[in-house]
Design a protein. Structure first.
Lengths: 113, 108
């Protein structure tokens, strides 16, 4: 595709619910990243995939957060038992390979009530 | 982990003015990127610049890796340049560590 796409663009949910956020990387990009951005701050790393496998998941805040990339393209970030503190913009990025320029999607704005 | 400091935190300019944004970092880096986050939240790549100088239109960037800083120059600023400018560093692995950003406002 022309760029990284993310769906939904906005998600409002209630505390305790489960949510899934989707990322479609640029076609042919093998590396995919998830970041989280809180208001007034820079994005913070969550997880990095090289192909289908999570090469670095050290940024995931706790075990309520999980991400998959089963076919090495689309990725889904899953959040269980959402908390109000999970409210943020979740950004996805992709790159052609390891240590190359990362291109970001428009983000999913998650609001947990 | 690596520390990234951007300055100034806020900058207000009149259209047509020039500006310099600075990014200091605490450790050696494999890579450095500059981004512009527009008012709609989209992060736009400006430069991929681990060292040296690059120019793209009214924007240019210089990274001096040995002295651990990078500069972003904006010349003849326009209102559409408004937004937040981030530098982001890659150390080990592929994760980017972002600074706090510089909020730029260009007034007509």
């Amino acid at each position: 595709g022309a760029g990284v796409s993310q769906t939904p663009s906005n998600k409002v949910t209630e505390k305790g619910k489960y949510v899934e956020l989707r990322c479609d990387p640029i076609s042919g990009h093998t590396a995919l990243y998830w970041y989280r951005q809180s208001l007034g701050q820079g994005p913070e790393f969550l997880i990095y995939f090289q192909g289908t496998g999570a090469a670095d998941d050290s940024g995931l805040p706790n075990d309520r957060f999980f991400a998959v990339r089963p076919e090495g393209s689309v990725s889904t970030l899953k959040i269980q038992r959402t908390e109000r503190g999970d409210s943020a913009v979740y950004l996805c990025a992709s790159s052609r390979g390891h240590k190359e320029t990362q291109y970001f999607g428009p983000g999913t704005r998650l609001l947990v009530l | 982990g690596i520390q990234v400091e951007q300055s100034p935190p806020d900058l207000i300019l009149q259209e047509g003015a020039n500006s310099t944004l600075r990014c200091n970092f605490s450790d050696s880096v494999n890579n450095l990127q500059w981004f512009h986050q527009n008012p709609w939240g989209q992060l736009i790549n400006l430069f991929y610049i681990p060292s040296g100088t690059k120019q793209n239109g009214r924007l240019s960037a210089t990274t001096v890796a040995t002295e651990r800083y990078s500069l972003l120059y904006i010349s003849s600023s326009q209102t559409t340049d408004s937004g937040v400018y981030f530098c982001a560093l890659e150390t080990s692995g592929s994760r980017l560590t972002f600074g706090e950003g510089t909020q730029l406002t260009v007034n007509p």
